[in-house]
Design a protein around this ligand. Structure first.
Ligand SMILES: [Fe+2]
Ligand SMILES: [Fe+2]
Length: 190
């Protein structure tokens, strides 16, 4: 995993634990967006050789989406509108134009989202063990998959251009830390 330059803020966990129904709705949308993003990456000519890998990610994310929808149903939580995440919006707005640069930035942003999801799901698996063992188990079951997505996206960027990926990682690690420090009170995972 990357050496992040900022820790998850202390107010993140209590906010998540106090808003679990809204968090699950947000999570469902995150999985939906992760599936569509993997498919959207296939529009980049540079990524044509990776179309199978991207489809595999899209299928897994769609399965995760279905699992979260199942949890919503079980718990009687309606599938509602998502809140936009300032952190994700900030990352996405930073993507440069120009096909090749766009693909590398996009892959790095996807890797960051997957990496932070992996980290946060691990925390939730631990913290929910007593209060909500079923949900703790669910989060634990997603950790490996999101970790693999993180690694796959980063490797894909490196295969396109290793030196440029490392340069952009330098930028993105600082930028992500800056975004993470911006306070908000929304009931969202990111
Ligand atoms: Fe996922
Ligand atoms: Fe993922």
């Amino acid at each position: 995993m990357l050496l992040w330059r900022e820790r998850i803020p202390d107010d993140w966990l209590p906010r998540v634990l106090n808003n679990l129904p809204a968090i699950l709705v947000d999570h469902a949308h995150l999985e939906r967006k992760a599936a569509t993003t993997a498919i959207n990456l296939e529009k980049f000519r540079e990524l044509y050789p990776h179309v199978d890998e991207l489809n595999t990610i899209a299928i897994e994310e769609l399965q995760h989406f279905q699992l979260v929808l199942g949890l919503l149903k079980q718990r009687g939580i309606p599938f509602g509108q998502p809140y936009p995440s300032p952190w994700i919006t900030g990352l996405m707005r930073s993507i440069r134009h120009g096909t090749r640069q766009q693909a590398i930035d996009h892959l790095i942003c996807c890797a960051f989202i997957e990496g932070r999801s992996c980290e946060k799901f691990q925390i939730l698996a631990r913290e929910l063990r007593r209060a909500d063992p079923a949900l703790a188990q669910f989060y634990s079951s997603l950790v490996e998959s999101e970790g693999n997505h993180y690694a796959t996206y980063l490797l894909m960027a490196r295969r396109l251009d290793g030196a440029e990926t490392d340069r952009r990682l330098e930028f993105y690690l600082d930028f992500e830390a800056e975004l993470l420090r911006q306070p908000h009170s929304l009931p969202i995972l990111h």
